[in-house]
Every structure is written in structure tokens, then in C-alpha cells.
Design a protein around this ligand. Sequence first.
Ligand code: G3P
Length: 218
Amino acid sequence: MKFFIDTANLNEILEAQELGVLDGVTTNPSLMAKEGISGKDKVFSHYKSICNIVDDNVSAEVIATEYQDIIREGEELAEIDEKIVVKVPMIKDGVRAIKYFSEREIRTNCTLVFSAGQALLAAKAGATYMSPFIGRLDDVTYDGLKLIEQIRIIYDNYGYPTQILAASIRHTIHLIKSAEIGADVATCPLNVITGLLKHPLTDIGLEKFLADHRKVNS
Ligand code: G3P
């Protein structure tokens, strides 16, 4: 399973990268705004800074919603660095644009997916990644993980190469269940990735090992 970090914060990206388990980064306009990044030049240079930290897979989202504008913006984003994956919303012009990009070997991440039908369209258009938003579905009393299960079955039925990127992950159980189901990628905040480290028996066990070591080595 690939781990992406869902943030535009350079310190958090660096911390996850230094842990040695990071496969990529996802950003979106809200995450860029949270970091106070605005204006095309600053946004593009921030993407470049992210690319300089990680090995690959930096999702950069288009703002455009009309086909020609999505194409133009996506091509500009892809020019920033070969690690860029163009993130395109699940709308009609977005699906058309994903098809265009896939024919030109520009990698895409189809975002804002909330149904199996949308996931099927993304795969047929040739999306590299397809992002169902688990947490936001849970927020409206639909089981987000059930959607991941449904999409896994559909993609496996036909051997679609589009990778399921579980997004809007809010806690470690979302991540672990997504792994059980077979999501190809999970994108999460840093605290979810580091949350995987935690177990009280590890802490208690380590404390005892070190205490026993001290007893005979002091
Ligand atoms: O990866 C999508 C993510 O950024 C949305 O997360 O927590 O705003 O639903 P959230």
C-alpha cells in the first residue's frame, strides 16, 4: 500500500519523508489556502518545493472547471516537475480531460469521488488514481469504507489499472480498514500516519527492557 500525506505543509511533508514511509503528497485548494499560499507563481513554486522533498506522486489540483481550461492548467502543472500528478475533479469536463491526459501519459488523480458510478467513469477515462472521500461520506451517514469495498470489486472484475486512493481519511481505523479492503493508496494527515506507531504495550515493554538493562549495567 502506498502512503501519501494529505497536506501542503512543508514541515509535515518533510517529517513524513524522513520517517521513510512516504510515497507521495496530495494537496487541494483548501490545503494550499490553509498554508496561506496564493497567486499562480507562489502556488507553482510551492508545488516545486514539495517535489524537491518527496520521491514522486505530488497531486496538484486544477482550479478550472471547463474542458479547455482544465487542459491548459493541467499541462502547465505537469510542466512544473515530472513528479506532478494532475488532480482533476469528477465532473463531465473533468472526465473528458482525464481521457485527454491519459492519452498523453500525463498522470491524473480524479478527485471528489463519492459513488461507484463515478469511480467507474474515472477508470474508463484512464485516471491513474481515483480518490473516494471516505470521511466526508461518513459525515453524511454513508459508510465511506463500503464504497471502497464496492469499487475494489468493480475494478477487480475488469482489471482496471486505476489505483484506488482512499482520501478524506480521518483516523487510523479508516487507514487500516482501507488496507484490509485493498485500497492501493491512502492519503492521510501526518497524525494518522504517526498514529500507527502507537501501542501502550510497546511503550510499557520498552520501559521494562530499558529498566532491566539499567539494573545490570549500572
Ligand atoms: O484527500 C482529501 C482531503 O483533503 C479531504 O479531507 O478531511 O477535508 O474531508 P477532509
